[in-house]
Design a binder for this molecule. Structure first.
Ligand SMILES: *Cc1c(COP(=O)(O)O)cnc(C)c1O
Length: 398
């Protein structure tokens, strides 16, 4: 009998009861807009910002409509505009180069290593091509942030972190999102907290955050924010900054606050699932696991491995065989972008030169989500299935 897995790779857990109760209370009040408060009432959105800033240790936080909006706002607040070049990862998801394109700027892609992080040697060689790096901690893999920041600081390159996959993670104990000038998070359904859509932006930079708050559409109500710079910071900025509405509403914030309180426990659960999958794949012939540096405290809400230097037909065969047994693997190396997988040469609105070293790695990246609706036993079964199918195809083609 061959085992078949019957779980869904896209099924998240329900919203916690406390989140549902808080959402109902907001709906009963009718005051869904963040600036619609009675008397000294503090909006759920303002409380969420304050709590998130406290959790990551940032001075300021702004709740917005999406992770993509957080990134475009950070870029705009750093003065990036039409025709500017912005460094970013060749291995990331489409909203990252999309955020750069949204402000009329042009992505300059930087390669990926076998550890699935930005190639710091390639970055070093390209640092003179832009003033800003939009660094994506893609799939939760964090590069050597000490080296990256030293390099960018020396070159005068501003770092904006895309932490869509690293909410709760850290490098050498410093939370992801706290290294650059801005940290951008998503609370879209497949990320570490779920409000359907949503995003958070953090910074310690008063001017940058005042601009971001004005950009998000705060009219002249910025004094209703709590995790925000003092009113005098806005004195000039309020006249100079366009309103590009992208606020988070109180309903989403209410859903998120109880999830924030549970975040650490949820991160531990993800890592337990990841550990089982990763251990189950150890010593599989032809399969390369991703080694993770000691300095990285990761939150592994997904798992990746490499089928390095395999031919495309053999990789496709592995995907098909796993799919037949209920294991939905995503392949970043496929010729066409499908589902959420795409890579730098799929984004044809942005110019790119071939990167052979990165192409070799991208071609072999296999990716799988690990929703918290999976049990440890589910993950052991998933690993057994992948192991068996990778081994079978590898032996047949060796
Ligand atoms: C999801 C995601 C984003 C953007 O988040 P949205 O809230 O969907 O706009 C950014 N970067 C990465 C790597 C993502 O996976």
């Amino acid at each position: 009998m061959t085992d078949i897995f019957t779980g869904s790779f896209t099924q998240q857990e329900p919203i916690p009861k406390a989140g549902i109760a808080a959402a109902l209370a907001v709906m009963q009040s009718g005051r869904l807009h963040r600036y619609n408060t009675h008397g000294d009432e503090v909006a759920e959105a303002a409380l969420l910002e304050e709590e998130f800033a406290a959790l990551v240790g940032s001075k300021y936080c702004l709740a917005v409509a999406s992770g993509g909006y957080a990134m475009t706002t950070a870029l705009r607040a750093c003065g990036v505009g039409h025709g500017d070049h912005v460094l970013t990862n060749a291995f990331t998801l489409a909203p990252v180069p999309g955020a750069i394109a949204a402000v009329g700027a042009v992505p300059v892609f930087v390669g990926v290593t076998e550890g699935l992080v930005i190639d710091l040697d390639d970055l070093e060689a390209k640092l003179d091509q832009a003033r800003v790096l939009l660094l994506s901690h893609m799939r939760g893999h964090i590069c050597d942030m000490d080296r990256l920041m030293a390099m960018c600081d020396a070159a005068g390159v501003v770092v904006i972190e895309d932490c869509a996959h690293t909410m709760g993670a850290a490098w050498r104990g410093v939370p992801s999102g706290r290294w650059g000038k801005f940290g951008c998070y998503s609370t879209q359904t497949y990320k570490h907290m779920n409000s359907g859509e949503g995003g958070l932006l953090i910074s310690d930079d008063a001017t940058g955050m005042a601009r971001a708050i004005m950009l998000s559409g705060s009219y002249m109500l910025f004094e209703k924010h709590r995790a925000a710079p003092p009113a005098e910071t806005f004195a000039q900025i309020k006249y100079e900054t366009p309103n590009i509405s992208g606020r988070m509403d109180n309903l989403r914030a209410a859903i998120l606050r109880p999830q924030l309180a549970d975040l650490q426990a949820q991160c531990d659960r993800w890592n337990a699932l990841y550990g089982v999958v990763d251990a189950g794949l150890a010593d599989t012939p032809g399969l390369t696991r991703i080694t993770r540096p000691d300095a990285e405290s990761y939150v592994a809400s997904s798992h990746q491995f490499l089928l390095l230097d395999w031919d495309e037909a053999a990789i496709a065969e592995v995907i098909t065989r796993c799919e037949a047994r209920g294991v939905a693997l995503k392949w970043f190396g496929g010729a066409e972008p499908t589902g959420f997988t795409s890579r730098y040469d799929s984004w044809r609105y942005a110019p790119s030169a071939p990167m052979p070293k990165s192409d070799r790695i991208l071609k072999g990246i296999i990716d799988m989500r690990l929703p918290l609706t999976f049990s440890v036993d589910d993950c052991a079964l998933i690993a057994r299935i992948i192991r068996a199918e990778v081994s079978a195809v590898y032996q047949a083609t060796a």
